[in-house]
Design a protein. Structure first.
Length: 203
């Protein structure tokens, strides 16, 4: 099962995912590739695989990526190997933008799609300004993109309102727990239960 967490830049999805990984067992973070420069405090291979544009474009041509997109002038992509969901292994959690989430959804994989957003537009503006990573024009560009991205909320399975980290973190954890209880033809648990009942001896 894939857990795809998306939302506008600055919505807090990365922070919520870190909390999720600490709170719920059996999950692993899917590390994306990107051409953007590494920010202070980020670690290559843990936060992102930082690569050049030429290498990224070669990976696109070779079909390496499950999804990829141009986001605010930089290339981002999730490799198929990073997102692979294997029976008995930890479930991948993808932190990707709305474009990428739509690409993953279009492939029909067993996945849960979660949209994260602050309760108000002004909250998002304030968060982008306070984090101090972007100049005013970049912030305006991110905010314009956010207005478009929220129109995609109905295409997602769940909505998490990031008003307070504690409440939003618990909501996201609840979504993952509920997603794991979904009934589907590829569910190991479903197959195990069916087998147990089909092989039962009735007196």
């Amino acid at each position: 099962m894939l857990f795809v967490v998306s939302g506008p830049s600055g919505c807090g999805k990365s922070t919520l995912i870190r909390r999720l990984l600490a709170a719920v067992d059996g999950l692993r973070f899917s590390v994306s590739h990107t051409t953007r420069p590494r920010r202070e405090g980020e670690t290559a291979g843990r936060d992102y695989h930082f690569i050049g544009r030429t290498e990224f474009e070669a990976m696109v041509r070779s079909g390496t990526f499950l999804e990829w997109a141009v986001v605010h002038g930089h290339l981002y992509g999730t490799s198929r190997a990073e997102a692979e969901s294997r029976p008995g292994a930890a479930d991948p959690v993808l932190d990707i933008d709305v474009q990428g989430a739509k690409q993953v959804k279009g492939q029909g994989l067993p996945a849960v799609f979660v949209f994260v957003v602050p309760p108000r537009f002004e909250d998002l503006r304030e968060r982008l300004e306070k984090r101090g990573l972007d100049d005013p024009e970049t912030i305006r560009r991110r905010l314009r993109a956010a207005v478009r991205e929220v129109e995609s909320i109905p295409e997602f399975d769940y909505l998490v309102i990031n008003d307070t980290l504690d409440r939003a973190g618990e909501d996201l954890a609840s979504v993952v727990r509920a997603g794991r209880r979904r009934v589907g033809p590829d569910s190991e648990e479903v197959r195990a239960v069916l087998e147990a009942f089909r092989s039962a001896r009735l007196d």
